[in-house]
Write a protein that binds this ligand. Sequence first.
Ligand code: AMP
Length: 282
Amino acid sequence: MELIRIPRIIQDTCKKHLQKGRSIGFVPTMGALHEGHLSLIKRSKMENDVTAVSIFVNPTQFGPAEDLDRYPRDIEGDSKKIRELEADVLFLPDDRMMYPTGFSTFVDVEKISGKLCGEFRPDHFKGVSTVVSKLLNIVRPTRAYFGQKDFQQSVVIKRLVKDLNFDTEVVVCPTIREHDGLAMSSRNAYLNPEQRHAATALFRCLTEASQAILSGKHSPAKVREMMHAVLSGEPLITAIEYAGVYDPETLDAVAEIKGEVLLAVAVRLGNTRLIDNMLVNT
Ligand code: AMP
């Protein structure tokens, strides 16, 4: 595995692979890797000649009161995992490499960036869209791999790839869960044992809502009510930011349940913000 810290160098390395006719799969991450991240790397390995992984805790996607400083970091453990999976390139830039003095260009995917999580994290998707655009320009991957866990992020990225004519296929991979259903997330490390137990309410809320829809409950208001009831029943959940039934393309709340719908939820457990989602085909 080649470890590269300089954008210009990985750009040249990837260009050479492409010139030799090799496909490149790319997995952008913020590190503290878990099985969810590793599933993306495995998928990329299966579908491409070369797999590149990046680890960069992107400061522009964190709000001023958010967890940038305490975000979990484990470069040594991460490098070992990536090496074991036999990925080819690890890109590990620092803040100054990605945002040198004078940096002033941002990518903003309008409308969808302001919905769901965007209402609570106003500049989050602008930061994500900017860093992903930079990374796609640096690596020029044939395919880029993202998790369904961050559903809105995948919608925003598909939009920007289309709008800005990136020559990359966006592949969205299933959410990997713990044995009790909790979606794996680097932020789960913040939870104390009681909060970790309480966090199972997210998956419970999604599965119960999905079962209700599949067994004929077709009123979005009723399903939303049910989801809120499950989450409110957990005293350690300190806030429900949103929970409901949405259109998977526009991310608007649906007026009726038909075709494919997105169940999505964001809550706070103390200082920790958790999100999860599930697609249901009616
Ligand atoms: P992050 O390091 O949180 O920025 O995540 C990097 C990539 O891993 C994103 O595309 C996430 O959607 C994806 N990811 C995070 N958690 C999971 C999970 N539990 N299952 C599948 N993919 C995930």
